[in-house]
Design a protein around this ligand. Structure first.
Ligand SMILES: C[S@@+](CC[C@H](N)C(=O)[O-])C[C@H]1O[C@@H](n2cnc3c(N)ncnc32)[C@H](O)[C@@H]1O
Length: 223
């Protein structure tokens, strides 16, 4: 649990904000120097997501997606804008959202809102999103804030909508990273938080073909 590793919640958030302010607004910056794995990541995410967008009675819509902890819009640009009519982005770092306006190019016109806000304070508009994508940012929230945020995401879904988490998973327990002020949780802890938020898992997949030295990365779809 984060309560065991996060000593001071105020510092946990302010240190992270300070860390991201100094990170270059580039794909490499978003991925901590692993910019070269961006294409593998996006291609797997597209395959994962497309199974929910296929025809069928419970098909997930393609009207609007929300990119959470969006940074400069790496995922918005290559995964979400090609699949959804409009996209909203939310991130705590103002400079990244400013950079997104040029990084996204012409297609960026279909980004409806750039919300500059910490996810712990953000409420998606109820009944608004077909997909809420949350990648490489849950470690910046405490367990309680993450569970409460996921509850608000659930309310933000349109019929047949899904919430997707894609993130690093620890082998065991909760590991603190003092450099960027984040935690890495194991699979059981993440599943527990998802359940606590009242969400049900629809799919869970381990990312393949990532470098051996980094954390295992898992994708979860839920509603
Ligand atoms: C590792 S980057 C990932 C960016 C993007 N999801 C991607 O995969 O390219 C983490 C992002 O989370 C943002 N972030 C950190 N703490 C946050 C918080 N509490 N609420 C919202 N965004 C946060 C940072 O500004 C940064 O853009």
């Amino acid at each position: 649990m984060t309560s065991e590793v996060v000593e001071n919640e105020f510092e946990f958030y302010s240190k992270a904000e300070k860390y991201w302010k100094d990170v270059p607004a580039t794909v490499d910056g978003m991925l901590g120097g692993y910019g070269h794995i961006s294409s593998i990541d996006i291609n797997s995410s597209r395959k994962f997501l497309q199974r929910f967008l296929r025809d069928g009675p419970n098909r997930t819509g393609t009207t609007c997606a929300l990119d959470c902890g969006a940074g400069i819009g790496r995922i918005t640009k290559r995964l979400l804008l090609p699949l959804f009519k409009t996209v909203d982005m939310v991130d705590v770092t103002e400079d990244f959202l400013t950079k997104a306006r040029s990084y996204l190019g012409e297609e960026g016109r279909r980004v409806r809102n750039y919300f500059c806000c910490g996810l712990q304070d953000f409420s998606p508009e109820p009944n608004s999103y077909d997909v809420i994508w949350i990648q490489w940012v849950i470690g910046h929230l405490t367990d309680n804030h993450l569970s409460d945020f996921l509850k608000r995401c659930r309310a933000g879904l349109r019929p047949n909508g899904i919430v997707v988490i894609k993130d690093n998973m620890a082998q065991e327990g909760v590991i603190m990273d003092d450099v960027d002020s984040s935690v890495c949780r194991d699979l059981d802890v993440v599943r527990k938080i998802i359940r606590r938020a009242g969400l049900h898992l629809l799919a869970e997949e381990r990312q393949e073909n990532f470098p051996d030295e980094i954390y295992h990365v898992y994708t979860f779809a839920m509603r």
